[in-house]
Design a protein around this ligand. Structure first.
Ligand code: GRF
Length: 201
């Protein structure tokens, strides 16, 4: 991991969001509190100028950047994001409610260093509406998954998962709330694990 502060190697994390940003806050607080050792969230990037998470990131003292798609081709938009990451010497990219599929070029630039969190037990229920899919399939349990991002949709190698029960009277709201609570624990743990594996390689 690249940057040094006071003699300590600190991994520089970028978080990409499109909305609320509660997982971003969980990661930033975990890095700040040392639950993700020797790491800091260096930047939060949003493709949505009105993402609520941008305000939360600013309150946490984190640099924010908006890179809007503005009707441009995906590859062009991603090139601007990747340039921003490279300028800041980012080691690890965490997608947290980022509602865009990444271009092959982006994935190639950070292969093995892009993580995502998804609100189901992958490979079950990839894509949008994971909670709705779980309810429609009447599964007895669901959960969340942190995985590496590759060219497949929510199909990259799985890093960690947490299971929650699905109750008979669950709505999308009640199930999402139960899963989100676990996401906030799981994502920092998974990031800490990936960084410590990278260091010992
Ligand atoms: C989370 O449920 C995450 O699993 C999914 O999008 C949602 C983002 O929520 N990818 P937040 O913006 O982190 O609050």
């Amino acid at each position: 991991m690249s940057s040094k502060t006071d003699g300590v190697e600190r991994a520089r994390i970028a978080i990409l969001i499109s909305g609320r940003g509660s997982n971003m806050v969980a990661l930033a607080e975990a890095a700040r509190d040392g639950r993700i050792a020797n790491a800091r969230v260096a930047i939060v990037i949003s493709d949505q100028p009105n993402a609520a998470g941008l305000v939360k990131a600013t309150e946490l003292g984190i640099e924010t950047l908006v890179v809007e798609r503005r009707g441009r081709p995906r590859a062009e938009h991603d090139r601007e994001v990747v340039a921003a990451l490279q300028t800041r010497h980012i080691d690890l990219v965490c997608l947290a409610g980022y509602m865009r599929v990444l271009s092959g070029e982006f994935i190639e630039a950070y292969r093995g260093r892009i993580l995502n969190i998804h609100p189901s037990l992958l490979p079950a229920f990839p894509g949008l509406d994971a909670h709705q899919q779980a309810l429609e399939q009447r599964v007895e349990s669901s959960g969340c998954t942190v995985h590496f991002v590759d060219e497949t949709l929510d199909g990259g190698p799985i890093i960690a998962q947490r299971v929650v029960p699905v109750l008979g009277d669950d709505s999308v709201e009640s199930l999402s709330a139960r899963i989100l609570k676990e996401e906030h624990q799981l994502y920092p743990e998974a990031v800490a694990m990936v960084l410590s594996n990278n260091r010992s390689e």
